[in-house]
Write a protein that binds this ligand. Structure first.
Ligand SMILES: O=P(O)(O)OC[C@@H](O)CO
Ligand SMILES: [Mg+2]
Length: 300
């Protein structure tokens, strides 16, 4: 049997065991109704990391080949909204309220086009795609949503696994930073409750940084972030980006970097294809997949 067939077989066996493991965990957690059961089976299938196929194929030859297919990674860049903190839900909430005034509804296909972008770029998408630009300009939309957002932002929480991963990489001496579409004023409101986690970042690149001429999916923010590491610019092929947004995943790829996507489950699955690895949660990240130091705890 050829190396490729072995790789395919090993991937299938691995995926089935991962699926069985996830299902057994889900089913053990409580008694499930048929609908809950169906949705768990669906999300268990979603949890299969098809990106692992790459490393499993490579592993058929040697384990160091597996790392070289994806790394070795020396530096990590984190997206912020929807990845480290759960602020995307606030944008959704406020945009739903504004659209309701025009008897329109906000959906995830529009959300996918807005998330990760600079405020004004996302605002233009919002008024144009919804057909309300004659009544509300992008600038007016930003003013309308501001008061609501300012109240909501400081109440945000860290995403599951964010604190553990940031602290782990920092403790192991892996240089880490943030590259976000958020501008400075919003960044300050959003990070107020999480000083400890954000203080571990080597630097932060904001959406209104003079070097970030264009927001995601342009690579500007990630390239500026690569430059500002100690001894930078760091070779993009040595950088791993964590993202939740389709525009952010494309920005990382446009910068020549590897990207782990942790998408909201409501995002259309077609947006996952561009990522090198897709995870349900940061808690599922295995640093060894990328040649990074392994966790020493069990993750609970
Ligand atoms: O780049 P992030 O941190 O996701 O921020 C974008 C934000 O302004 C909302 O989508
Ligand atoms: Mg994001």
């Amino acid at each position: 049997m050829g190396t490729e067939s072995l790789a395919v077989l090993s991937f299938v066996a691995f995926s089935l065991s991962e699926l069985r493991h996830t299902l057994s965990l889900s089913l053990a957690s409580d008694t499930a109704s048929p609908i809950a059961l169906f949705s768990r089976i669906r999300s268990a299938f979603h949890c299969i990391d098809f990106g692992k196929f790459i490393s499993h194929s490579a592993m058929a030859d040697s384990s160091s080949a597996a790392v070289s297919a994806r790394g070795p990674i020396t530096h990590v860049i984190f997206d912020m909204d929807g990845l480290l903190i759960d602020t995307e839900k606030f944008y959704t909430e406020v945009q739903e309220i504004i659209l309701a005034r025009y008897n329109k509804t906000f959906d995830w296909s529009l959300k996918a086009k807005m998330m990760g972008k600079k405020a004004i770029e996302a605002a233009k998408v919002f008024v144009e795609e919804t057909g309300i630009s004659d009544s509300l300009s992008a600038e007016q939309f930003l003013v309308e949503r501001e008061e609501m957002l300012q109240k909501l932002f400081p109440t945000n929480e860290l995403m599951p696994g964010a604190s553990r991963l940031v602290k782990h990489l920092h403790t192991k001496g892996v240089p880490i930073c943030v590259a976000t579409g958020s501008h400075r004023r919003h960044f300050q409101l959003k990070t107020q409750p999480h000083g400890e986690v954000f203080s571990l970042m080597h630097h932060i690149v904001l959406g209104d940084d003079p070097e970030v001429k264009q927001g995601k999916p342009a690579p500007d923010g990630f390239l500026a972030a690569a430059k500002r590491f100690e001894g930078g610019p760091v070779d993009p092929s040595k950088i791993l980006v964590f993202e939740d947004a389709p525009s952010g995943v494309l920005a990382a790829k446009n910068a020549g970097m590897s990207v782990v996507m942790v998408p909201d489950p409501r995002l259309d699955k077609s947006f996952l294809d561009a990522a090198d690895q897709v995870l349900n949660s940061l808690l599922d990240f295995n640093p060894s997949d990328w040649g990074l130091p392994p966790f020493e705890d069990s993750g609970n």
